[in-house]
Design a protein around this ligand. Structure first.
Ligand SMILES: NC(=O)c1ccc[n+]([C@@H]2O[C@H](COP(=O)([O-])OP(=O)(O)OC[C@H]3O[C@@H](n4cnc5c(N)ncnc54)[C@H](O)[C@@H]3O)[C@@H](O)[C@H]2O)c1
Length: 261
């Protein structure tokens, strides 16, 4: 028995780099995972991999910008596993744009997924927790970009600062009901998202070589390397388990020592 045995955990962006590492690890701990992402096929593939390994998982298609889809995702999780204990709002997108080039469309695209998506995820999570009689854990994926503004990522940073703000507000709003909200802040993690960011640096002529932006950002980590998705498993496990029951409204930096707050 682990502290996560039979906990029902919903993860959005669960087939991406960080989400999949956490989904696999928490499933191996005994949690029942709702693998939620844009692609039903990708969600089903990861859920199938987890169940083939002896774990519990279902795959659900969700676009976190759509409240009805989030509602359906949580209802499917509750139907499959009896309840929902943890809602992990992890889906996100990034886009590299020099400050003066960010358009209204860029702003809306990035903030709709990263900020509105998290707001909707938290609101619907609270409704589910209340239906179950109270209590529950919300975990959000923020970023070092939630603590520092980086020039060609201003709108991405704004969306991640918003995640911290909403995490704090939700902690204050729902603490008396036993519902906690925390987030963690990865640094530079080797996932498909960084391929997009790195390409954006090159497309905007901010760098010339592949991985130059990735390597130069990662070099600022005092622990001397870029992160791998596995580096985020420990904090996710902690925030999902009863070990973090008396903590709420917090942002945990897990970035190899890039940003000190
Ligand atoms: N990679 C990093 O260096 C880094 C650093 C800090 C924070 N983060 C954050 O970590 C989280 C996971 O990112 P990742 O690095 O694993 O990236 P990733 O691109 O590998 O995964 C992101 C996942 O989110 C999904 N997604 C995108 N839009 C969605 C939508 N509208 N609805 C549902 N799902 C959607 C994608 O399909 C993808 O599977 C994101 O919130 C990201 O901002 C990443």
């Amino acid at each position: 028995m682990s502290k996560l045995t039979d906990k029902s955990i919903v993860i959005t962006g669960a087939t991406g780099g960080i989400g999949a590492a956490i989904a696999r690890a928490l499933a191996a701990d005994g949690a029942a995972i709702t693998v939620a992402d844009l692609s039903q096929d990708a969600a089903d593939a990861l859920a199938g991999e987890i169940t083939a390994a002896g774990g519990k998982a279902i795959g659900v298609a969700v676009d976190v910008r759509e409240r009805a889809q989030i509602r359906a995702m949580l209802d499917k999780a509750a139907q499959a596993f009896g309840r929902v204990d943890v809602v992990f709002n992890n889906a996100g997108i990034a886009q590299t744009r020099p400050f003066l080039d960010i358009t209204e469309e860029d702003w809306r695209l990035v903030t709709d997924v990263n900020a509105l998506g998290v707001l909707l995820g938290m609101q619907e999570a609270v409704k589910t927790f209340r239906q179950q009689g109270g209590g529950g854990k919300i975990i959000n994926t923020a970023s070092i970009a939630a603590k520092q503004g980086y020039e060609p990522l201003a709108h991405y940073c704004a969306s991640k600062f918003a995640v911290v703000a909403m995490t704090q507000a939700a902690a204050r709003a729902f603490g008396k009901e036993g519902i906690t909200a925390n987030c963690f802040c990865p640094g530079v993690v080797a996932t498909p998202m960084w391929d997009v960011i790195d390409k954006g640096f090159r497309d905007n002529k901010l760098t010339t070589k592949e991985n130059e932006a990735f390597d130069s950002f990662a070099a600022t980590a005092v622990l001397g390397r870029a992160s791998q998705p596995a580096d985020l498993v420990g904090v996710a496990r902690y925030l999902a388990s009863s070990d973090s029951d008396f903590m709420t409204g917090q942002s945990l930096m897990v970035d190899g020592g890039m940003v000190f707050i």
